[in-house]
Design a binder for this molecule. Structure first.
Ligand code: FAD
Length: 439
């Protein structure tokens, strides 16, 4: 792995690249092998960071691709702007966020990050830098958005920001007694909120199967703040509250997850309206604890996220049933609704998305996830490749119907296949003939 400081460093590194090719890497927050390239070159892009232009009147920001969302928010929130889309951690880079076309809690209304870009610069393997915008070069734009770093290196990008009156959110919380109740509430009322997310208790059984806590909100206006907060309405100073030391044993056992879920559900208000909550606790609860992943012990955990079209609610229900009866201890299960997608390999598509954190090494976990993957594919859904390390490649063409179109675009942008990754090899994304080989 090299950490190029500028374009000249990138060129030097690429000059020495071997047959296993190269891949860009951001802050490494993807859960699988999408930013890894065993035996090949990895370009850590985090040294190429910095905001290059911030138009405070128009809300337009241009930054180098290695700039983190954290850096961006520290600059823009005190000036009354927010990112139009943010994932559940601010420790990701702009380039990484585009390469996975990340979504937030507002996909049902606002789409993914790719719906808010003015454009970006893409470095091709021959050293050419291409200016890419949706209107002028839709193929490159849609192939790179969610293109997993395999169409080129994003050098810089320009984003249209969202105006905010305060650095606070106004949040409504409600408990749902089972999955049907939860999905019903989301389907009927999500459109009234910019942000919506539900925590699902995947260990509850019987009549409580899929019970959950629904949290929905919007940016608070100045008038909605209590007077103590209204004095400095755009204050923004996120802090780490704790950090998990190395070597902690796995605390996410089934018994612990069950107790946690019970307490979490009971602690949530049955119904609460208008709680004023900071941006960081609403959007980035996990960021408050550094190295939270260590709580899963040395074996770590598997993250799995899928989306199925509206009308296929039964698949979500079956997945929750399988998890609750199979004994997999997931205390972080998150349900959201998506609107239309944008990129050829972008994950979001209209429907329900469920994300699960599951301790690795539990007996039967691989078979359980394989089964869920098959159900998802049959229902016309897909899994999120940013979080994948284990998908059966045979399911990929069904899950991503634009795969061939993306491969053609990639072929044009990188005919020599300079950009390679472990995920690309594992899923056979490089071979034009993969479909024939699999059939
Ligand atoms: C706690 C947590 C919560 C999360 N919540 C969400 C969520 O709500 N929604 C969501 O969509 N995702 C979510 N994610 C996933 C995360 O947002 C994505 O994996 C994101 O892409 C990570 O960005 P990164 O900078 O760490 O990139 P990496 O993980 O290092 O790389 C990701 C991809 O970007 C490519 N890449 C990186 N930099 C460049 C570049 N300059 N040019 C070209 N390609 C590049 C890499 O090759 C790779 O394919 C979450 C992750 C965590 C840990």
């Amino acid at each position: 792995m090299v950490r190029p400081r500028d374009a000249a460093d990138v060129a030097t590194a690429l000059g020495a690249m071997g047959a296993r090719g190269a891949i860009a890497r951001g802050l490494g927050r993807s859960y699988g092998d999408v930013a890894q390239n065993g035996g090949g070159l990895v370009l850590d892009m985090t040294a190429q960071r910095g905001i290059e232009r911030f138009d405070e009147d128009e809300g337009i920001l241009a930054a180098l691709a290695g700039t983190s969302i954290d850096d961006i928010l520290r600059a823009i929130v005190p000036r009354g702007w927010f990112l139009p889309v943010t994932p559940g951690t601010r420790f990701v880079t702009l380039g990484g966020a585009i390469a996975n076309d990340v979504h937030g809690k507002n996909h049902h209304g606002d789409g993914s990050l790719g719906d808010h870009l003015v454009g970006f610069e893409l470095l091709l393997p021959d050293g050419q830098v291409r200016q890419v915008a949706l209107a002028s070069d839709p193929e490159t734009y849609e192939a790179t958005l969610g293109g997993l770093g395999l169409t080129g290196i994003i050098v810089r990008a320009t984003v249209r920001l969202l105006p905010i009156g305060t650095s606070w959110t106004r949040v409504d919380t409600e408990r749902a007694v089972d999955l049907e109740d939860l999905m019903g509430r989301m389907a009927s009322d999500d459109h009234r909120y910019r942000y919506s997310v539900a925590w699902v208790d995947c260990l509850a059984r019987g009549r409580s199967l899929g019970r959950g806590v629904l949290t929905r909100g919007d940016h608070a206006t100045r008038e909605e703040l209590p007077s103590a907060l209204a004095r400095d309405p755009l204050v923004y100073s996120p802090r780490m509250l704790a950090s998990v030391p190395p070597g902690v044993p796995n605390v996410v056992t089934r018994a612990a997850a069950r107790s946690f879920n019970e307490v979490w559900f009971r602690k949530a208000p049955r119904e609460e309206r208008g709680r004023i909550t900071s941006l960081t606790s609403f959007f980035y609860p996990l960021d408050a604890i550094a190295d939270w992943n260590r709580l899963y012990g040395r074996r770590g955990f598997v993250q799995h996220q899928f989306v199925v079209p509206f009308g296929q609610e039964r698949v979500v229900e079956t997945a929750v049933e399988l998890l609750s009866s199979g004994g997999s201890a997931s205390f972080l299960a998150v349900l959201k609704r998506f609107g239309p997608g944008r990129g050829m390999l972008s994950f979001p598509a209209p429907g329900w998305t469920l994300a699960l954190d599951l301790p690795a090494g539990q007996p039967g976990l691989a078979q359980l996830l394989d089964r869920i993957d098959r159900l998802v594919a049959e229902a016309g859904g897909r899994v999120y490749l940013a979080k994948d390390a284990r998908l059966n490649p045979a399911l990929l063409p069904d899950m991503y119907p634009d795969l061939d179109r993306w491969m053609d675009a990639r072929e044009r942008l990188d005919p020599g296949h300079a950009w390679r990754s472990d995920l690309e090899r594992r899923l056979g994304l490089g071979a034009r003939q993969r479909k024939d080989a699999l059939t």
